[in-house]
Ligand binder design. Sequence first.
Ligand code: PEP
Length: 254
Amino acid sequence: MNKNLRIPVIAGNWKMNNGPAASAVLIEKLKPLTANAQCKIVCAVPFTSIPAALNAAQGSNIAVAAQNVHWEESGAYTGEISAQMLKELGVEYVVVGHSERRQFFGETDVTVQKRVRAALNGGLTVILCVGELLGERKSGITSQIVRTQTEIALAGVTAQELQRVIIAYEPVWAIGTGETATPEQANEVCAILREQLAVLYDKEAADATVIQYGGSMNDQNAVELLAQPDVDGGLIGGASLVAEKFAVIVKAAG
Ligand code: PEP
């Protein structure tokens, strides 16, 4: 399939930045800068900023994502938020399995799988993050790591549900470090993931799935990364906090 048939998705991961007031300001700044975008635009904001972000984004082409979701619908899970709660607010997307969740909050492939299932059941679109550690890349096991993460996360996900899954290839060594994968490295792993989807599902499903690159993507390197045939967008941390930089990345997506 020609890459041009997939609509790229540029998603900002704001992490633990921007309360409600700052979120509204950032979205208002983004709106005119990204009004003519040819790609989908998503801002993953902190839970408490979701209503303000949704309100500011109303009538624009900017969708709002949560940065995590719990696997149960409700119950005694102090501090957690369910897919139903996000959906009730009007959230469309959720990031699942971000490396910071894996690294700092004990997220495992199995809990990622449970969150993916809950998000899909709740009607959300998932941005599923996978990626290798620096040591794993140096040991030559990048492909094995991302394939295992993907296979476990997608266990039980049907081909129809896969239409609501975006995969974000995020080498952990490139996240927040200023060190970016080369366009070739990014494309190589995105292509491996697409091949794996063809095995797990079929070629049609693989060709239709949006696979993003994430890891220090910015206004300087986005054009080259996004030009790669298997890179269909980006998940952007630091540079998504500056409207002008994020807008340049959005433009680079086509
Ligand atoms: C991220 O948070 O997913 C990310 C890629 O961050 P950064 O762009 O800052 O590396």
